[in-house]
Design a binder for this molecule. Sequence first.
Ligand SMILES: NC(=O)c1ccc[n+]([C@@H]2O[C@H](COP(=O)([O-])OP(=O)(O)OC[C@H]3O[C@@H](n4cnc5c(N)ncnc54)[C@H](O)[C@@H]3O)[C@@H](O)[C@H]2O)c1
Ligand SMILES: *[C@@H]1O[C@H](CO)[C@@H](O)[C@H](O)[C@H]1NC(C)=O
Length: 328
Amino acid sequence: MRNYNVEEEKSRKQKATRNTNKTSKRIMDIMQDISEFFVVFVKILLELLHSLFEKFMTKKLKDISGEIILITGAGHGIGRELALHYTAWGSVVVCVDINEKNNEETLKKAQRLMQNSVYAYTCDVANRDAVLKLAAKVEAEVGRISVLVNNVGIMPTHPLEQHTAEEIRRVFDINVLSHFWTLEAFLPQMKQQGRGHIICISSIAGVVGLTNLVPYCATKYAVRGMMEALHEEIREGPYKDFIKLTVVYPYMTNTGLCKRPKVKFPSMLGLLDPKEVAKHIVEAHRSNVNETTIPGSLLHVNNWCRLLPLRCGLLLKDYIDSGVESDL
Ligand SMILES: NC(=O)c1ccc[n+]([C@@H]2O[C@H](COP(=O)([O-])OP(=O)(O)OC[C@H]3O[C@@H](n4cnc5c(N)ncnc54)[C@H](O)[C@@H]3O)[C@@H](O)[C@H]2O)c1
Ligand SMILES: *[C@@H]1O[C@H](CO)[C@@H](O)[C@H](O)[C@H]1NC(C)=O
């Protein structure tokens, strides 16, 4: 009986020390977590100061002459203006479009600016096989590309119920899946060169949801998520200092894509000129900006509004009251 009590006492003591050890280990862990958080917090404050400081510095823009830049959807609108801007900056430009005639037109206009540094290829970028074939052809005929501008996009504009299944599949094929096929084709070329820049044209419809654009908004948000995730993957890998990403969210632009735009403040938030949009994109590219709206202020307005209760954002949306009417 006595022995038994001694044994019990011993095991109780052992248990108690174990518990104390456990508790002290937990306290140590928590202390470590807190100190690590403190370090992150100080780093965040320093980054904030750094960004403020950068605002007042003149931006360093990188040289893009000599880059081989492939632009999808270069036959019309923003893509065409981008092709002309990049040509003027002395880059080698590879224009890709499904519409051969328009693409040839872009080629001619660009060649008038600069001889021999522009190429045109006809390709449906929603078709994976076609994109992989295109990549092999461009590599053989022009060289490895160092900048990819994923610009193609279509915009069916009507209430959700009036979208056909075919239309919904097509808008995802062109606005989302094409990005995966071009990345599959051209990202390895960038990795081989140890440098590159991927630029994707999303839309203000990838920042706020808009009436008549349910599938379109879904595709533009998808591009945003894809780019944010890819940014993380590259940031954690060996190419973090060598492959840059830029995602662009332009407001409505006068290219004919928006068939029935609805604008309340034409002087402040009227349709943008595609030339201005292209200029802004090239500048974002040259300054390695990770994401930008066009005009630039909209991203900040949106980010601040997202901090407020949903209803406050809706009030502002109703006040701005701009978007698109059904094209049916
Ligand atoms: N115009 C706007 O208001 C606006 C606003 C924000 C974002 N955007 C986005 O900017 C991008 C360019 O828009 P835009 O207004 O210049 O369009 P656009 O219609 O003027 O030009 C798009 C070009 O892409 C080509 N294209 C379409 N499908 C293709 C495919 N499967 N393969 C290859 N080429 C294809 C077309 O032939 C056309 O030449 C799109 O992604 C669009 O969603 C446009
Ligand atoms: C973009 O993101 C990278 C991290 O991958 C960062 O180093 C860089 O400063 C960012 N660019 C700008 C202009 O904020």
